[in-house]
Design a protein around this ligand. Sequence first.
Ligand SMILES: Cc1cc2nc3c(=O)[nH]c(=O)nc-3n(C[C@H](O)[C@H](O)[C@H](O)COP(=O)(O)OP(=O)(O)OC[C@H]3O[C@@H](n4cnc5c(N)ncnc54)[C@H](O)[C@@H]3O)c2cc1C
Length: 450
Amino acid sequence: MIREVKSVSGEDMDDYVTLKKVEPAAYRVFFGEDEGVQSLDLLYDVQKMCLQLEQVEEGAGGAFLRFLANAKEALDKGTASFIERDFKSFWDYADVPRLLPLLKHLSPIELLGQHHSTMRNYFKNPKLQAMFTFQDLYVGLTPYNAPGVFSLLAATELTDGVWYPVGGFAKVRDGLAQAAQKVGATITTKATVKRIDHANGQVQGVTLEDGTFMRANIVVANADLPYVYNSLLGSKVKTQASKLLSSKYSASVIAFQWALSSRLERLSHHNVFLSNCYEESWHRATDASTILERPNFYVHAPSRTDSTVCPLGTDAITVLLPVAHLGEGFSIGSASDDKQIVEAARERVISSLVRSGIGDISSMILSEVVYSPPTWQDSYNLQYGAAFGLAHNLLQLAYFRPDVAEPSIKGLYFAGASTRPGNGVPLVLMGAKVTTNRILEENYPFLSGN
Ligand SMILES: Cc1cc2nc3c(=O)[nH]c(=O)nc-3n(C[C@H](O)[C@H](O)[C@H](O)COP(=O)(O)OP(=O)(O)OC[C@H]3O[C@@H](n4cnc5c(N)ncnc54)[C@H](O)[C@@H]3O)c2cc1C
């Protein structure tokens, strides 16, 4: 998706960002059980992947091939029909001829049934079921409330591959900025928007926190949509503002960024640690006492792909541990409760790493940066500190997700995780394309090509 940006701006993104494939596996999955298989790799090499799975469960290699073919079908057809598409009315969404190619290959049960249940049609071993469903977390769902169509998340990682921008993600931001500046864009940073100004149903511009007014007849608000409605727009759109506050939200996350004095050899680039109580582990912890002894968490160790990340022989890792967001019982506003849950999370992560044979990192931590739910809310204006924005349950997807424009204010458009199609960098970039096309169609039809 990042590479596709080049054709839109006329610039070649490869000149700005070096994308390197994460090899040889998209992920390494560690299982929190003391018995049996301790870890498995999500390998791109299908033959090696089948061999690995056959050692866990007889017939699992063939089941994997069936799973991958169906998930790829959901990915290809679903992307064209739902993700990259602009829905201007319910009938755009319920357009049966458009749905037919998808339904021809996959049953509605496979697409809409509970993800965890659909996975039982492929694998008996709970570890394998978990290995192909944990990805639901990326969109703030769980295998127990996500529809089966989200198998497309694993499919995209296994077929398109997982790629890393050398030098870190900021290189993507900088590359996009440079490409935009080259075609005439002016970028202002460190300028907080206080208000989106509008009158008589027409957007007028934005007012910054320092009082500067910036006039514009088109405004694209990229901050989290519930925050935009509730904090940047006036009472005119009160109904939508309160509707968004009572919508479902994704999980929040406690994140640790650790610089370590030694390298953790058993870690791959992307690592997922799964709980031994798989179903229970999806109940989001609201305080220190509700974090499981062996919680689900993710570890990023980018020096496996990019040697510039840290000095040789040391490590730089980021840990993400999902927890409840501030609207669902997390002790909002209480600094001591926040401290307690962060301490519990740190202790559980460290003991899980020891138990999984990664090593005891407690004496290796040279520096630490922590993000907890209040950080996401206060520093990034993410509503309730929900790290992945509005959740992606069926009633908040596609047509049912907030539109990329506010109909009562001409010239006001949206982009980002809580509008269509949803969260994650690839989806947000696809959404930006939908928003751009809508702006062209509504304001510059001679440029839109439609
Ligand atoms: C811990 C974590 C890990 C993730 N890992 C991945 C991953 O591996 N892969 C992936 O694809 N996705 C990942 N995501 C999700 C991805 O980061 C988001 O989906 C994506 O960044 C959302 O893009 P956005 O444009 O909606 O919002 P953002 O990237 O948050 O951009 C919105 C910007 O608006 C700014 N802003 C807010 N309010 C104002 C204001 N009043 N004035 C001025 N500016 C304002 C914010 O500071 C922010 O910079 C991760 C998210 C988190 C939290």
